[in-house]
Write a protein that binds this ligand. Structure first.
Ligand code: URA
Length: 253
């Protein structure tokens, strides 16, 4: 298709989109939406007739609870999350980021949400924060291949890595609770404020970190998020203390 714009107009439009916050091209080739509109068939009476279930009557949390409860294995849970269409983040994400590591491991880490690298690879904590996480775990003899399982509060990347909205967290929480029940870890590690807010209903990681709590019947320890530690390297000392606390707990039980 011949371009509707010359080079300079196209460049200006692209820069404008980047300024508005676009970070990725979703399709390999541009979609010429004016042409699509002309080609689209006219709506029939049936298309415009009122549907029986109005969108506002759907309770996404209740839908999530139903779907999560019906999943009897981790792979069924992954399929259920993949088929859950009520969270709009799914539309802007490339991949569902379900989990990584060893299912059934004693330690389950709960992060916040996928970033760009995780969205591209479909795996949690594979970017810079993930590399630091792996180093932190290795320092207390833990690793994904043997004894750690990792998931996130949200399985889809929020646009521009913005914080998840309360409604998004609420509708994905039944899946996370089921995830924990099926993975059966001995302890949970909550990485950062968002995870604490979702799982414990509280924020304030500076106060919460390093202190054992309970979530879904499991001993749970909040820690600084590795992405935060990349920015605030002086806090690594505290993170080290929390890792030693985790190690001691695993040894003791
Ligand atoms: N940060 C998270 O909390 N989770 C990821 O998977 C990546 C970055």
């Amino acid at each position: 298709m011949e371009s509707a714009f010359d080079y300079w107009s196209a460049k200006a439009l692209l820069e404008w989109q980047v300024e508005l916050g676009a970070t990725d091209a979703v399709c390999d080739v541009p979609v010429y939406r004016y042409a699509l509109q002309q080609a689209a068939p006219k709506a029939t009476k049936a298309d415009v007739a009122p549907k029986i279930v109005k969108p506002e009557e759907i309770d996404p949390v209740a839908e999530a609870q139903k779907a999560a409860a019906a999943a009897n294995s981790l792979s069924a849970l992954k399929d259920a999350m993949d088929g859950f269409d009520h969270c709009l983040l799914k539309r802007g994400a490339r991949n569902l980021v379900f989990a990584d590591g060893t299912a059934g491991a004693r330690v389950m880490i709960i992060g916040e949400a996928p970033d760009r690298d995780e969205d591209l690879q479909g795996k949690p904590f594979v970017g810079r924060a993930g590399q630091l996480l792996d180093k932190m775990l290795a320092a207390i003899d833990l690793n994904r291949a043997e004894n750690v399982y990792i998931a996130n509060v949200l399985p889809w990347r929020p646009p521009q890595n913005r914080d998840p909205e309360p409604a998004e967290m609420a509708m994905m929480l039944p899946f996370l609770e089921r995830h924990v029940a099926l993975a059966k870890p001995d302890v949970l590690v909550l990485m950062g404020n968002i995870s604490c807010q979702a799982v414990l209903g509280r924020r304030g990681i500076t106060r919460l970190r390093g202190k054992w709590d309970q979530a879904w019947g499991k001993p749970t320890i909040p820690m600084f998020h590795p992405a935060f530690l990349l920015r605030q390297t002086q806090q690594k000392r505290q993170a080290w203390a929390d890792l030693l606390e985790l190690k001691a707990r695993l040894k003791g039980n």
